[in-house]
Design a protein around this ligand. Structure first.
Ligand code: PEP
Ligand code: MG
Length: 574
């Protein structure tokens, strides 16, 4: 008798899949460890260099051969892998190990790779931490080239992949993902990875359900097992009984119906039942994501986290590179508003080679403080922004503002950048709108003069909650205290929205709260008319907005807030 097994992981792409497992062989290779004779050292180093060259060439060829409909992320990820391998430090250190310790190439490469992956794994930033998986993946690729066995994936040409096969793997590198795209798969399950791992990123862009970080899925599931995957809750049922299977078939059908209905909302207006027009924009971290924002019906970019252009690289991007990145977003958005936040570095996001040494980095030299302390770096970014503004409407957003003099100083820096460009005869547009993130309680409490001095306000609830409640947003030990519904947080949001209304300046929320559909009615009840969120959340939130009655919600929310009571979210529906 076959018994049912229920496995758990992190669901990273919503949706259900029902099908049979195709289990990938281990990507980590058994490698030989031996010492090479002194006279063979140059040949061994050469063997290693050639394997690196072949791998880099393969990766470039794969990126170039990407079909037009391939997720943009794939090309980016393939070039990140090629870049990692081209890092002279990696090649030199391996050659040095071959020279000094007389390790064979495979041994030297895994030794060096391990230490590199460990350095990434220790990083504070979750995105960079997951780059240790990239290091491991490229190294496995070189090892495969060294061993002469290039592929570990099944032969897709011989497979009838009609969407009912579920890929079960230890991990899936971007290059492997590319090959898998050749077939149609129902879901991806991996032992490793987290929310920002490549499997997650690419699966999201392919809209295929995925559960990552499952730990032992590859050992517990056998080829051909029947699987039910719930990509929202991160559950996988192995060999389920018929009644469970039927239940999930119904859930899957309902989910697909709902998704089709949502698609129809892409170009529908975001208007509440009582006629309040809501502005729905998208948050992006890389220029490539603007296309997805547009496809999901975003009215503009409400937050471009520009620091992602600066992170994970040895040199900072220059003015031209930044200009091209900003201009690309502006062009993609074709006349829609693009809000670009100036470098928000420090705390959980650090530049390469800049170890965080401050005792309390979240309260230290971060974001606007860092930029004002590094005028040249700030100037480069502001010049690039003003140049890109000739292609369409750019709004410049300053993060972590707490004092009026920071606004004055940032505006002076912007004026200086415009003056320099004008004197040098460089095309630019100085008529950009200027706004600030409301994420430090001091600013939210004393909001009026800020609202008057700025063109718009954007509430960064992620940090606002952290600072109001004095809990580190990245510390899992206090995560239970991270409470977006705390009356103190909601009062500050309401206070900011009211000030914006009084002085006639638009206010939006761009923190995670904006994309959480459970909070949509509550935010409307606070009077919010601007939402900015991950592109994939836009349609769900829009659907909720179109079912809500703002004025009725405002009355209910205001009465709870006046009493500083917790708002009962369930009572706001219907
Ligand atoms: C925020 O703080 O809410 C925000 C949107 O910015 P980040 O998450 O990048 O700090
Ligand atoms: Mg923030």
């Amino acid at each position: 008798m076959i018994s049912t097994l229920c496995l758990y992981g992190q669901g990273v792409v919503r949706g259900y899949a029902i099908g049979h497992a195709v289990v990938m062989s281990a990507a980590s290779l058994e490698i030989a460890h031996y010492r090479v004779a002194a006279e063979d050292i140059p040949a061994e180093q050469q063997r290693f260099r050639q394997a690196v060259d072949t791998t880099v060439r393969d990766l470039h060829e794969m990126a170039e051969a990407l079909p037009g409909d391939a997720p943009r992320e794939l090309a980016v990820l393939l070039s990140v892998h090629a870049m990692l391998l081209q890092d002279p430090m990696l090649v030199q250190s391996v050659c040095q190990l071959i020279q000094e310790r007389q390790y064979n190439a495979e041994w030297a490469l895994t030794t060096q790779g391990q230490s590199l992956a460990e350095q990434f794994a220790l990083m504070e930033d979750a995105y960079l931490r997951e780059r240790s998986a990239d290091v491991r993946q490229v190294i496995e690729r070189v090892l495969r080239v060294l061993s002469g066995s290039a592929h570990w994936l099944p032969n897709l040409d011989a497979m009838d992949t009609d969407g009912s096969l579920i890929v079960v793997a230890r991990d899936i590198s971007p290059a492997d993902m590319m090959r898998l795209r050749g077939g149609k798969f129902g879901a991806f399950l991996t032992d490793l990875g987290g929310a920002t791992s490549h499997t997650a990123i690419v699966a999201r862009s392919m809209n295929v359900p995925a559960v990552v970080g499952m730990g032992m899925v590859r050992t517990l599931v056998r080829d051909g097992d029947q699987l039910i995957v719930d990509g929202l809750h991160g559950t996988v049922l192995v060999n389920p009984p018929a009644v469970v299977l039927q239940e999930y078939q119904e859930r899957q059908a309902a989910f697909l119906r709902e998704r089709d209905e949502l698609k129809a909302l892409r170009h529908a207006p975001a208007v509440t039942l009582d006629g309040i027009q809501i502005c729905m924009e998208a948050n992006i971290e890389l220029p490539e994501e603007a296309a997805d924002a547009l496809a999901q019906g975003a009215e503009g970019i409400g937050l471009f986290r520009s620091e992602f252009l600066f992170m994970g690289r040895p040199e900072l991007p220059g003015e031209q590179e930044q200009y091209e990145a900003y201009a690309a977003v502006v062009r993609t958005m074709a006349g829609r508003s693009v809000t670009i936040r100036t470098l928000d570095i420090g705390a959980d996001k650090t530049l390469d080679g800049e170890a965080t040494v401050a005792t309390n980095p979240a309260l230290g030299l971060r974001a606007i403080r860092y930029c004002l302390a590094n005028p040249e770096l700030f100037n480069t970014q502001l010049r690039a922004l003003l140049r890109a503004a000739i292609h369409g409407p750019i709004r410049v957003l300053f993060p972590m503002i707490s004092h009026m003099q920071e606004i004055h100083a940032a505006r002076r820096a912007l004026a200086r950048a415009a003056e320099e460009l004008r004197d040098a005869g460089v095309a630019h547009n100085a008529a950009v709108q200027v706004g600030a993130m409301v994420e430090i309680p001091a600013m939210a409490i004393a909001i009026e003069p800020f609202a008057e001095a700025l063109d718009f306000l954007s509430i960064g609830t992620n940090d606002l909650i952290q600072y109001v409640l004095a809990i580190d947003r990245g510390d899992k030990d206090v995560s239970s205290l991270y409470d977006p519904m705390h009356p103190a947080v909601l009062r500050l949001i309401a206070h900011t929205i009211n000030a914006g209304e009084r002085v006639g300046k638009p206010v939006s929320v761009c923190g995670e709260m904006a994309g959480d559909v459970r909070l949509t009615r509550m935010l409307l009840g606070l009077g919010l008319t601007g939402f900015s969120m991950h592109p994939q959340q836009l349609l769900d939130v829009k659907k909720e907005i179109r079912k809500a009655h703002t004025n009725a919600l405002r009355v209910r929310v205001a009465s709870a807030l006046n009493r500083a009571e917790r708002i009962d979210l369930a009572a706001l529906t219907g």
